[in-house]
Design a protein around this ligand. Structure first.
Ligand code: WT7
Length: 651
C-alpha cells in the first residue's frame, strides 16, 4: 500500500481508507462481506449459531423472549461459564496450551496453561464453598492484574456465585458503596500491589471498606509474598489464600446455570451521583463474547498471542481478557504494571518478548506513546503483530495513523471498537478481513447488530448526518438491567426514545455510510477511556466541609481525551487558596479514586444557572476551553458567567 512511504500528514489529508492486506483477508475467519446480509436476514438465527458453539448442559427451548426492554436469550438453556473457558479446551486435548503469560512490573514471570487454570479455578471454587459461598451469593473482587483475579472470577462462575470486580484504583468509599449495594458475602483481595515501584496497600483499603459492611462474612486475602509487603494488621474476618486454597481438591463439578442467571455485576458511572450496577447474565453474554472476540480479533488459538492492555476491573477486561479470549482458547499476555515502567518502551519490549500478534489498547495510551517518542517502539522487533485494536473513546485520526505506521508498520489492520459496559461486547467495529478502514471511524455495526441515528424528536437521520446513537434490536450480551433498580434501567436507556436502546453517545454517518462515534451527550465524561460522572465528583466535592456548591465538567485534554475540572463556591470562613484547591483535588481522589482527581479546582462566588436552578455545565466548559460564550439568554444572571470568564482567564 505505501510504496512511496507517504508521510502521515499526506495520508490524513487524503482521508483514504485502508483495505485489509490480501494475505490477512485470505486467512481471516470473516472475509466474505455477505456475512452482514446473512446475519441481518435472520439475526436470531445468527446468534443462535454462535450460541451452539458453546457447550450446553441442556439446550434452550426459545432463542429470544423480548418483552422490551427486557430480553431473555436462549430460554431454558443451561451451561457453566468456566466450562466454556477451561474444561472445553482441556477436554479437547489443549490442556498444555498457555492461557496466560503473566509478567509483573518488576519483571517476575509466571506461565499458566489451560490445565493449570482449570486446577487453580477448582481449588479456589472449593475454597469458596468452604467459606460458605453459595449459588447466587455476591462476591466482590478487589485485586490488581494478577492471574488470581481471573482465577477468582472463574471460580465464582464455577459454583454459580455472582462476581463483581471493583477496579483496585477505587477508594475505600467506592468499594464500600458497591459492596453494600450488592450485599456481598465475601471479598477476595490481594494484600498489595506495586505501581511504578511504589507499594500500594490494598488490604488497608478493604479493611476500611468492610468495617461498614455487615453482609461481609469473610475476606479472602491473596498475599504476594516477598518484594511487596503490606503492613496492615490482620482482621478477624480474614482468611489467607495460601492457608485455604492450595489444600483443596483438584476437581469441582461445575454448577449448571440457567442461561439467564446473573454472571456478574459491574458498576459504571451514570448521570447521578450513584454508580449503576450493570447486570450481565450467562448464556447471552458468553455468546456475545465468543463471537465478537473471534471475528473482530480474528483469534487463532494455536497461533496467536493476544494482549489486551486493559484491567479486569473494567468491562474490557471482563469480555476481552477473561471470557472472550478464554472461550476461544487463545494464549494471552497479562501485564501488571505501568506502560512506562521502568522505561517508556515497556509495552514494546513485552510485544517483542512474547511475540504478541494481536494487540488491543486505548487511544489515551496511544497518544502517550506518541508523546514519549518513536525511538521506543523502534528499539524493538514488532514484526509478530498482525492486528491492532483500540477501545474506550474516539481515536483521533493522527493517533490512528501513528498506531498504524509506528506500531503496525503499515501491515496490520486496525479495529476501532465501540461498545459499553452495558453492551457487554463490541457493537460497532471493522471486521479486519473485510472492512476497508478509515482513520477515526469505528465503521460498521457487528453482524446482527442494528444501530440508528436519531434527531432530537426521535426521527431517524438517514444517509450522511449526525444524531443520537441508538441500538434497535436486542443482542445476546446486552445488560439485563441494573442491580435491583428496574426503574432506573428503564429510565436511563429506554425512555428517551421508547423501544430503542439509547447509548448516551452522539455519532455521525459519513457519505460512505461509515459511523463515527463522537462522544457522550450526557453528564458523563470520558477520562483516559474511563467513564466518570460529573455528579459523582460534585457529590464528593460538596462532602468537604469547605465546599458550599460545586460544578464539575470534562474539558478537552491532549492525552486523556477529557479531564475533570471543578468550579467551587466556598462556605463562609474558608479562604480561596491554592493549598485549598490542592486539598479538594486530593479529597476527590480519596473519595472516589485517583482517576477522578480534578485537573484543577477553581473558586467562584457563583455558578451559572438556568432560571430553574440547573447548573449550565456546557457554559462552564466553554469558559474552561476558552470558547466564545454564545447564547446566554436562558441564564438567570448572565453577569455570573462573564465574571467567571474574567477570573478564569486571569488565574
Ligand atoms: C463509553 C463506554 C467499552 C469498553 C471501554 C469503555 C466511549 C468506547 C469507543 C470508541 C468512541 C468510545 C463511549 C461509550 N467509547 N469505545 N471506539 N469510539 N467512543 O466502557 O466505561 O462502559 O464506556 O466509552 O462514549 O459510551 P465504558
Amino acid at each position: 500500500m505505501n510504496d512511496q512511504d507517504p508521510t502521515i500528514d499526506t495520508l490524513l489529508h487524503e482521508s483514504r481508507s485502508f483495505p485489509p492486506p490480501p494475505e490477512f483477508a485470505a486467512a481471516a475467519h470473516a472475509n466474505d462481506p455477505a456475512i452482514y446480509d446473512q446475519a441481518d436476514a435472520d439475526w436470531e438465527g445468527w446468534w443462535e449459531r454462535w450460541a451452539s458453539r458453546l457447550q450446553w448442559d441442556q439446550p434452550w427451548q426459545q432463542v429470544l423472549d423480548w418483552q422490551a426492554p427486557y430480553a431473555k436469550w436462549f430460554v431454558g438453556g443451561k451451561l457453566n461459564a468456566s466450562v466454556q473457558c477451561l474444561d472445553r479446551h482441556v477436554d479437547a486435548g489443549h490442556g498444555n496450551r498457555v492461557a496466560y503469560y503473566w509478567e509483573g512490573e518488576s519483571g517476575d514471570k509466571r506461565t499458566l496453561t489451560y490445565a493449570d487454570m482449570l486446577a487453580e479455578v477448582c481449588h479456589t471454587a472449593n475454597a469458596l464453598k468452604e467459606l460458605g459461598v453459595q449459588r447466587g451469593d455476591r462476591v466482590t473482587l478487589y485485586m490488581p492484574m494478577v492471574p488470581e483475579l481471573a482465577i477468582s472470577v472463574l471460580a465464582c462462575t464455577r459454583i454459580g456465585a455472582i462476581f463483581s470486580v471493583v477496579f483496585a484504583g477505587f477508594s475505600a468509599t467506592s468499594l464500600q458503596d458497591r459492596i453494600q449495594d450488592q450485599e456481598a458475602k465475601l471479598v477476595i483481595c490481594a494484600d498489595a500491589c506495586s505501581r511504578r515501584g511504589k507499594c500500594l496497600d490494598l488490604k488497608a483499603v478493604v479493611d476500611e471498606a468492610v468495617a461498614n459492611c455487615p453482609t461481609i462474612e469473610k475476606v479472602l486475602v491473596w498475599h504476594r509474598g516477598a518484594g511487596v509487603a503490606s503492613a496492615s494488621p490482620v482482621s478477624d474476618r480474614e482468611v489467607a489464600w495460601e492457608d485455604l486454597v492450595p489444600r483443596q481438591k483438584d476437581q469441582c463439578p461445575p454448577a449448571s446455570m440457567d442461561a439467564e442467571d446473573p454472571l456478574f455485576i459491574l458498576y459504571t458511572s451514570g448521570t447521578t451521583g450513584k454508580p449503576k450496577g450493570i447486570v450481565h447474565t450467562t448464556g447471552g453474554y458468553l455468546t456475545g463474547a465468543l463471537a465478537t472476540s473471534k471475528l473482530v480479533f480474528d483469534l487463532k488459538p494455536a497461533q496467536d498471542v493476544y494482549w489486551c492492555t486493559a484491567d479486569i476491573g473494567w468491562i474490557t477486561g471482563h469480555s476481552y481478557i477473561v471470557f472472550g479470549p478464554m472461550a476461544n482458547g487463545v494464549t494471552q499476555v497479562m501485564y501488571e504494571g505501568a506502560p512506562d515502567y521502568p522505561a517508556p518502551d515497556r509495552f514494546w519490549s513485552l510485544v517483542d518478548d512474547y511475540k504478541v500478534s494481536v494487540f488491543y489498547t486505548a487511544p489515551t495510551a496511544i497518544r502517550a506513546f506518541m508523546k514519549w517518542g518513536d525511538e521506543h517502539p523502534e528499539a524493538h522487533d514488532l514484526s509478530s503483530l498482525r492486528l491492532l485494536g483500540t477501545v474506550g473513546e474516539p481515536i483521533n485520526p493522527e493517533a490512528w495513523m501513528w498506531y498504524r505506521n509506528k506500531i503496525g508498520h503499515d501491515l496490520c489492520p486496525i479495529v476501532d471498537t465501540w461498545w459499553q459496559t452495558e453492551t457487554g461486547g463490541i457493537m460497532i467495529s471493522p471486521l479486519p478481513g473485510i472492512t476497508a478502514t478509515v482513520p477515526g471511524s469505528a465503521m460498521h455495526t457487528f453482524p446482527g447488530v442494528e444501530a440508528r441515528l436519531l434527531d432530537q424528536e426521535g426521527k431517524e437521520v438517514e444517509g450522511a448526518g449526525g444524531g443520537y446513537l441508538v441500538l434497535t434490536r436486542p443482542w445476546p450480551s446486552m445488560l439485563r438491567g441494573l442491580w435491583r433498580d428496574p426503574e432506573r434501567y428503564e429510565e436511563t436507556y429506554w425512555s428517551r426514545f421508547p423501544g430503542k436502546y439509547f447509548a448516551g453517545d452522539g455519532a455521525k454517518r459519513d457519505e460512505h455510510g461509515n459511523l463515527w462515534v463522537l462522544g457522550r451527550v450526557d453528564d458523563v465524561m470520558n477520562v483516559s477511556g474511563h467513564r466518570l460522572s460529573t455528579m459523582e465528583i460534585e457529590s464528593a466535592l460538596v462532602a468537604h466541609e469547605a465546599v458550599a456548591e460545586a460544578a464539575v465538567i470534562g474539558v478537552a485534554h491532549d492525552l486523556k481525551g477529557q479531564a475533570p475540572v471543578g468550579f467551587v463556591i466556598l462556605r463562609g470562613g474558608f479562604e480561596a487558596t491554592p493549598e485549598l484547591a490542592q486539598t479538594l483535588r486530593q479529597h476527590v481522589a480519596t473519595e472516589i479514586g485517583g482517576l477522578a482527581r480534578p485537573e484543577a479546582v477553581h473558586f467562584t462566588p457563583e455558578l451559572p444557572k438556568t432560571r430553574s436552578g440547573k447548573i449550565m455545565r456546557r457554559l462552564l466548559r466553554d469558559v474552561a476551553e476558552g470558547k466564545a460564550l454564545g447564547d446566554l439568554t436562558t441564564l438567570a444572571d448572565p453577569g455570573v458567567l462573564t465574571g467567571l470568564k474574567q477570573e478564569y482567564e486571569s488565574a
